[in-house]
Design a protein around this ligand. Structure first.
Ligand code: GLA
Length: 390
């Protein structure tokens, strides 16, 4: 996989080659890993992501007309359209970029045409938000080329509408917000109702590992949308006796338990996950502040089990991987990160006590024949979001 410096160079070079001129602006938007707060974002709850050192880089220049020309070096594909006559048939990578362009205009901005080349090393389909990185890279590039100064919340909502209206996934705001506004060395606590993010410094004695499970995310869209519908159903039921509940973020464990029968087993378990997960976000923040690694590990495991048993977005092999990590020296904790159904795990380790090479080699040895694709581990570095990359 290409290194970050190569990605920047390459994006510049492919721009020059494709469009026979120098780019006017270049931006880099990172992928994300979520520490905790899974499937809480579309319930108006809280999430705690980090931006990671894998990027989508977008290089671009203005045109005087309304023609948009996109090129991706990842797929070596080109696409061209007129902003006043959007084509219905297009590859998915274009849907993200064209969706952002169209939704920016629907939000009241007006743009001239653009030429853009993108290149990225956020692994695609691995649960680390390559699509949000592509959207935020595109939106931030438009912002710089047009000389706007867009609020984070506004940009994130625009990108979400691109997901909803052009791609067909009803995603929450976490991934785009992390890619835009997280800070190096910090986890960003995002309130998904107010869309305000506060930065929380991470302890110096821990490292993050990203583990690609070797199972590409599949079925994700339909299952993801089903989880949202269940949460909505829970809200409809809970608000009959608790009028203040407009999203699951407002519900308590007590309310969910009291309505257990009426919710029915499946919806009850979905609601239980969200309500308990919301609490875990705050509990883990407190444990970070106190540097209480044992507590962090316990909360990560509880979070994973809740995703597995109640939210049903894990798989037996992913549960096996989590158990495996908890038996290793130096591991603080691990859990599934992102939407689930395959994808990636995140593992926190104590820097001093962990032999990362040994851990990586024995993990690969253990799981290499148990998954359709090769599992991978790499050490993550937290980075700044696209807004801060100049
Ligand atoms: C995906 C979505 C996010 C969020 C997570 C689950 O990554 O894009 O909005 O819902 O799943 O926490």
């Amino acid at each position: 996989m290409a290194k970050n410096a190569q990605i920047f160079e390459e994006a510049l070079e492919v721009f020059k080659k494709q469009f026979s001129r120098e780019p006017e602006k270049v931006v880099a938007a990172p992928g994300r890993a979520n520490i905790i707060g899974e499937h809480t974002d579309y319930n108006d709850g809280h999430v705690l992501p980090i931006a990671i050192d894998r990027y989508t880089v977008a290089a671009g220049a203005n045109r005087p007309d309304r023609i948009f020309k996109f090129y991706t070096a990842n797929f070596n594909e080109k696409f061209e359209f007129n902003m006043d006559d959007l084509p219905q048939k297009r590859p998915q990578w274009v849907s993200y970029m064209m969706g952002v362009a169209a939704e920016i205009e629907n939000d009241g901005f007006k743009m001239s045409g653009k030429e853009i080349a993108v290149y990225g090393n956020v692994p695609i389909g691995s649960g680390l938000s390559s699509s949000a990185a592509l959207e935020i890279a595109t939106a931030t590039l438009f912002e710089r080329l047009e000389g706007w100064n867009m609020e984070d919340a506004r940009m994130v909502n625009i990108c979400r509408r691109a997901d909803h209206n052009f791609v067909g996934v009803n995603s929450g705001p976490m991934d785009q917000f992390a890619s835009r506004a997280c800070r190096k060395g910090h986890a960003g606590l995002l309130d998904c109702r107010s869309l305000e993010m506060t930065q929380h410094k991470l302890p110096d004695n821990i490292l993050f590992l990203s583990i690609y499970s070797g199972i590409p995310r599949s079925l994700a869209t339909s299952e993801y949308n089903e989880r949202q519908e269940s949460c909505q159903k829970a809200v409809e039921i809970l608000k009959k006796t608790n009028p203040g509940v407009t999203a699951l973020r407002d519900a308590t464990t007590k309310m969910v338990e009291a309505a257990k029968h009426e919710l029915g087993d499946r919806v009850y378990r979905r609601a239980k996950h969200v309500v308990t997960e919301e609490q875990r976000v705050f509990d883990i923040l407190e444990a970070f502040t106190k540097n209480n690694l044992t507590r962090i590990g316990k909360l990560l495991l509880e979070g994973h089990k809740s995703l597995s048993v109640d939210y049903e977005v894990s798989l037996p092999i992913l549960d096996e991987m989590i158990e495996w990590f908890y038996k290793r020296t130096g591991v603080i904790g691990a859990r599934l990160t992102g939407a689930g159904f395959g994808g990636s795990l995140i593992c926190l380790v104590e820097t001093e006590k962990t032999d990362i090479e040994e851990l990586t080699a024995s993990f690969i040895e253990e799981f290499k024949n148990k998954t359709p694709e090769s599992p991978e581990i790499w050490q993550l570095t937290t980075v700044d979001g696209a807004k801060y990359n100049h």
